[in-house]
Design a protein around this ligand. Structure first.
Ligand SMILES: Cc1cc2nc3c(=O)[nH]c(=O)nc-3n(C[C@H](O)[C@H](O)[C@H](O)COP(=O)(O)OP(=O)(O)OC[C@H]3O[C@@H](n4cnc5c(N)ncnc54)[C@H](O)[C@@H]3O)c2cc1C
Length: 339
């Protein structure tokens, strides 16, 4: 089949417990822009059991069409049944592009499907665009520890496949009354594909706000000196209605939990306000936060690279500045509420 015969952009819409992952909606948003360049449509592919409520939601966020595959075996994610069904969907519909979130599930799934349909896959992309003239998908990802950005194309094979880093692309504002075309995929007998039994799913509930959802992040690095000083960050985060995040060094030192880590091997965040305290601004850290609307840096070293991306900077000791900062915000809030 020639490349031209493959049509449309497909997004694997990951859901867990009947709830769509944020990255699925982000990918649909990005795909809409790509589809415009290619003059084609966006199809969300969703697998699970009793997930009839999801197509409408996917439509609200921009999916033109939804292919839904339901089966009790698909209720909880396992590699083989999911890989089999998506491979069958790809073979049936012959899309031009297939995108997955670079989540634990997406990273497990995508390489298996690309191998089965014999095509190329780029992992953990942070930028996607359509090349003028060829119409190829240009997939850009950080490589060599973030020191170079590699742009990769898959010119000879279809579909072009990529996993995309959560938090980088933006979802669209949902519209009311979306009516995507919904197609039920008739799931083949999966019994022979079940080679793993899920005994128990253990969920760790964090009382803290997800750093990717927060509008304000107060972030600490090695310069905070120790875990005891993170309460200074928490106090500021509290008055600003945000939460605490960190650099990898603080995670490696055991001062904060891994789910707080911002950066290339942590999470990508895009809050309205990012306050970097005692963080030098290594490229791997910047990769996760430089798209924040406003960045404030507090650092002892005036030549720290964090100041290159900061909108506002304070050169000084974070341990002294943070309590003053928190106090001023508290006062300003009180004055406002008394006014
Ligand atoms: C493959 C790879 C992936 C990586 N992924 C990530 C990632 O996802 N996220 C990440 O963050 N890093 C990541 N790193 C690590 C990264 O290269 C840096 O080592 C790390 O970001 C540094 O953390 P830091 O800024 O907290 O510490 P440092 O670089 O040690 O900086 C500490 C800063 O605090 C300042 N300081 C010291 N005392 C004070 C004080 N009292 N008040 C104010 N400022 C003070 C210092 O001037 C300094 O600038 C990765 C590295 C590699 C190789």
């Amino acid at each position: 089949m020639s490349n031209e015969a493959y049509k449309g952009i497909f997004v694997f819409a990951q859901q867990v417990d009947g709830k769509l992952s944020n990255v699925a909606l982000e990918l649909i948003g990005k795909s809409k822009a790509l589809a415009k360049d290619l003059n084609t449509e966006v199809t969300a592919v969703v697998l699970g059991n009793k997930i009839g409520h999801l197509p409408e939601q996917l439509g609200r966020y921009g999916a033109d069409r939804v292919v839904i595959a339901e089966d009790p075996i698909l209720e909880t994610y396992t590699t083989e049944p999911y890989a089999h069904v998506i491979t069958e969907i790809v073979k049936k519909y012959q899309p031009e592009i297939v995108l997955y979130g670079a989540t634990a599930i997406g990273r497990d799934l995508a390489p298996r499907i690309s191998a089965r349909v014999h095509t190329g896959l780029t992992a953990d992309c942070t930028s996607l665009e359509i090349e003028e003239g060829t119409g190829n998908l240009l997939m850009t990802r950080p490589a060599f520890g973030g020191n170079i950005m590699a742009t990769i194309a898959c010119a000879d094979f279809r579909p072009q496949m990529a996993t995309v880093r959560p938090g980088v692309m933006q979802r669209l504002t949902p519209v009311d009354n979306a009516h995507p075309v919904v197609e039920s995929f008739s799931v083949p007998d999966l019994a022979e594909h079940v080679n793993v039994e899920v005994v128990e799913v253990i969920k760790k509930i964090s009382e803290k706000m997800d750093i990717q959802e927060a509008n304000v992040l107060v972030s600490g690095g090695r310069g905070m000196g120790g875990p005891e000083n993170f309460k200074l960050l928490e106090e500021l985060a509290d008055v600003l209605g945000g939460t605490v995040s960190s650099s990898r060094t603080a995670v490696d030192a055991g001062w904060v939990e891994k789910d707080r880590q911002v950066g290339q091997t942590g999470k990508t965040v895009r809050p309205n306000l990012y306050i970097a305290c005692g963080i030098s601004g290594a490229i791997q850290h910047l990769a996760g936060m430089e798209e924040s609307d406003v960045i404030i840096a507090i650092n002892k070293d005036p030549s720290a690279p964090i100041f290159e991306v900061a909108d506002y900077g304070v050169v000084g000791d974070a341990m002294k500045i943070l309590p003053l900062f928190t106090e001023q915000v508290r006062k300003a809030k009180e004055e406002k509420s008394n006014a």
